[in-house]
Each structure stands twice: as C-alpha cells, then as structure tokens.
Write a protein that binds this ligand. Structure first.
Ligand code: SAH
Ligand code: SF4
Ligand code: F3S
Length: 434
C-alpha cells in the first residue's frame, strides 16, 4: 500500500484541513504513516501567522529534498496559508523546483485531481485561488482524535487586524449552513465523539440567515448524545449578550472561553484595528463570570506592536492581572508582509520586545498557578484522551474548563467522562485521582 505523511503547522483550522487531506488520500487507497522516510507522498500544511512559522516550513522543506533525491517517485506537496502569498509561491518555485504540488487554502477539495495529474503527467501542479464563493460540503475526513472533534462553522476573516496575515490567506468570511453543521455533529456523535470544538477566526460573527452564533449553539446543545461544546475563537467586539445568555441556558457548553485581548492599551488596540476598548473587554469578562462562576478564560497577547510604549505595555500587564487568565498564548509581534502594520514606522527593538515578553510570561504563569490552586480538593469531570505523555501509568484528559488533568487509571477509561478529584497542581496541569 502506498503511504503518505502530513506535517501540519499552525492553528486548528490547519489541523482540520489536514484531516480532510488525510480523508481524501485514505479514500484514494493511501495509508497514513508517521515516517517521512517511508512515505510515497509528503505534504506540508503551512502557517504564516508569524515569521518563525515561515522559517519552520523552509526547514522542513529542505529535509524533504533528501527523500526526493533518494526516490524519484516521491511526491512532495506544500499547501496552507503560506501558499496564498505570491512572494512565497515564487520563492518555492525558484529555490525548491523539485516540489510537485503547490495548492492553497481554497481548493483543498481539488487535491486528488492535482495528485492524479502529477502521477499521470509527471509535471508539477500549482493551483492557488484568491478566494471562492461557496463552501464545499461532504468532503471525507480522517480524524485526529476519536472522542473529540473540530467542526468548522466559519471560514476566513473580515476583520483585518493591522498585524494579521489571516484575512489575506483565508479569504473573506463565510458561514456554513446551520443544517450542515448540525448534521456533521450528529454523525460525529454516532461515531463516538463526545466533545466538539466549533472553529472560526471569529465565531461570534457566524450567521446563516436568521441563525446567529448564539442560536447555533442552542441548536447544537439539543443534539442527543453530545456531551460537550467548546468554541474558538471569539472576537470581543462581536461577543454579544445573547452568547453570554447561551452560557446560562446551554448545559453542554463548557465553562471555558478563549477571548483574545491582544493588548490592554486602548491606543494600541486602536492601532491594531481591534474595535474594542479595554473597558469593554473587561465588561464582557465580568458578564460571563456572573453567568458562569467556574468559567476558565484564556487569551492571546501580542507584545511589541509598533508604537507600544512602556505605559501601553503596563496596561497589558494590568489586564492580565485583572482578568487573571487561566492561560495565555503570548506572542512577540512579528512583521507580516502586506499587512498595514508592516508600514508603521515606530517598530519596537528586538531587545525591548524580548524584555517585555519575559515580564509578561512571568505574570501569566503566576496567574495560571493561582487559578490551578483553586481546584485543589475539587472534583472535575474529565474527558479521558489517552495516556499521559510522560508516564504511561497515568491517563490524561481535559476538564470542561480545558484544564489538563493527569490521574492513574486503566485504558478502558479512554473516551469516557470520569470524575476526578484534584490532589495536586502546577502551572500547566492538575493531578488527581478517580
Ligand atoms: N482569529 C483569532 C486569532 C488568529 S491568529 C483572533 O482574532 O483572536 C492567532 C493569534 O496569533 C492572534 O490572536 C494573535 O495574538 C497572534 N498573531 C497574529 N498575527 C501576529 C503577528 N503578526 N505577530 C505576532 N502575533 C500575531
Ligand atoms: Fe487575524 Fe484579527 Fe482576523 Fe483574528 S480577527 S484572524 S487576529 S485579522
Ligand atoms: Fe496560521 Fe493560517 Fe491558522 S496563518 S494561524 S494556519 S489560519
């Protein structure tokens, strides 16, 4: 049997796209392998959100050259967000002319045709579309996890935050039909899935006719056999009161929200084109906490955005303290070609960015530690995902608050929801016993 290997960089959107690519290759009779060396086809699904993602891709691509040299029938494919940028496609074509297939984020469904063309015609295939009109439904999928699943609800982004490449790589925002989403989740549940994470760059702007994101949540909450609903990402500017109300009425909606703040300074938020103030952001957090006392909150923060002063940065530290995040993904601002912020004159020096970044991470870790301490002695419901990475005697899973929980137990519990009493903790995880 011919084998394929996929390496995925970037966010859950890309992970989900890789599941589709795996699904299509499986239908074509290929088998997935972890080993690049043994693969007949290698695919790199790229991310372009920060410069280090670009760099990782070029490192991986360099590696593939060896396999290509050893086996002339080896097929090298690259796809994903980087390929939506002409300057990158040009660079790949020039420096890596042995790459067989280049395709973008809007034509994944066409990958089997491109592959057939390469095999039959032995000529490189390049297909990039700038955007597309309608969402293609019904593609196969080979899922990464057995008991939890990612489900796209929106694609693309219309927000054009001034630092961000995503609107350029993922096109304009499109919502799937609510009916298609519900059907997909119903099928997943029949297949053993207990938890779904609804995906979109900004799930709050989901719309199918009269159906808003809050209405969609209520529809999904009715699906028999489904146990948990999570979603990401929420843009604070569009998080309306009816979504907060959904936290009150939807029992399957987990007590967890990822609410990227990016900066605590109103001046920086304005320059980022985020369209909310720090005060508005904090008011949302308060409202959610009033409906769900046990809510866990995570965020994304960028340090060193052009023009960020020490005072601006201190405002960010203040938000972290006030919101007391359970976890935060912290990023050093990275210039992205073609975005408005690339042209801003007041770029921050690398030294200052790193110094602020270290201070931020320290505070974020303090907050995570304090939050985790609160769980000592409490009992959480955990969806068991598998064995713990470090110790095979332990199982690991996630609570509704998205907390990583390790505990002793046997393999029969994998895929089950179990009650675990928390007996120890650190900054990044909880430890418990059944
Ligand atoms: N749609 C999501 C985020 C998608 S990108 C949202 O709006 O929240 C994930 C995160 O990467 C962003 O939240 C941001 O914090 C970070 N990011 C995006 N562009 C970046 C850049 N140029 N430099 C550093 N971090 C960036
Ligand atoms: Fe990027 Fe902003 Fe869109 Fe998120 S909302 S993907 S940060 S442009
Ligand atoms: Fe990266 Fe594209 Fe996601 S740029 S973060 S893989 S949408």
């Amino acid at each position: 049997m011919k084998q394929f290997n996929i390496q995925t960089l970037g966010c859950q959107m890309n992970e989900r796209d890789s599941e589709t690519i795996s699904g299509m290759l499986t239908e074509m009779g290929y088998q997935s392998t972890e080993s690049k060396k043994d693969a007949d086809i290698a695919i790199i699904n790229t991310c372009s959100v920060r410069e280090n993602a670009d760099k990782r891709f070029f490192g991986m691509l360099g590696q593939l050259k060896r396999y290509k040299n050893e086996n002339p029938d080896f097929i090298a494919c690259v796809c994903g967000c980087m390929m939506q940028q002409q300057h990158i496609v040009d660079e790949v074509k020039k420096k890596y002319p042995w790459v067989d297939i280049i395709f973008g984020t809007h034509n994944i469904h066409n990958f089997p045709t491109l592959l057939k063309n390469v095999i039959e015609q032995k000529t490189a295939q390049i297909e990039i579309l700038e955007d597309y009109d309608t969402v293609v439904e019904g593609l196969p999928s080979k899922r990464l996890y057995e008991h939890k699943a990612f489900v796209n609800i929106t694609f693309g982004c219309n927000n054009f935050c001034t630092y961000c490449i995503v609107p350029f790589t993922r096109g304009r925002e499109k919502s799937r039909k609510a009916d298609d989403v519900v059907k997909e989740i119903t099928r997943l549940v029949k297949d053993g899935v207990k938890e779904v994470t609804l995906l979109g760059q900004n799930v709050n702007s989901y719309r199918d006719g009269e159906i808003t994101f809050a209405a969609l949540l209520k529809m999904i909450n009715e699906i028999d056999g489904l146990k948990r609903i999570k979603f990401m990402t929420s843009h604070p500017k569009d998080l309306s009161d009816d979504v907060i109300e959904a936290y009150r009425v939807c029992d399957k909606l987990c007590s967890y929200i990822h609410l990227p703040v990016q900066s605590g300074s109103d001046a920086v938020l304005k320059k980022m084109n985020r369209k909310y103030t720090r005060e508005h952001y904090m008011s949302i957090i308060e409202k959610i906490k009033a409906v769900r006392e046990d809510i866990a909150i995570s965020t994304d923060i960028i340090v060193g955005f052009p023009g960020e002063t020490e005072e601006d940065f201190e405002d960010t530290l203040k938000v972290v303290e006030d919101a007391c995040y359970d976890s935060a993904f912290t990023f050093i601002y990275s210039v992205r070609k073609g975005t408005p912020a690339e042209k801003y004159a007041d770029q921050i020096s690398e030294d200052v960015k790193h110094e602020r970044f270290n201070r931020l991470v320290e505070l974020v870790n303090d907050c995570s530690y304090k939050n985790n301490e609160k769980y000592l002695g409490k009992t959480l419901e955990v969806l068991v995902e598998g064995y713990s990475k470090n110790d095979k005697e332990y199982l690991m899973g996630r609570s509704g608050q998205n907390k990583l929980v390790n505990f002793k137990g046997d393999a029969s519990l994998i895929g089950e929801l179990v009650k675990v009493k928390i007996i120890d903790f650190n900054t990044f995880a909880l430890q418990g016993e059944i």
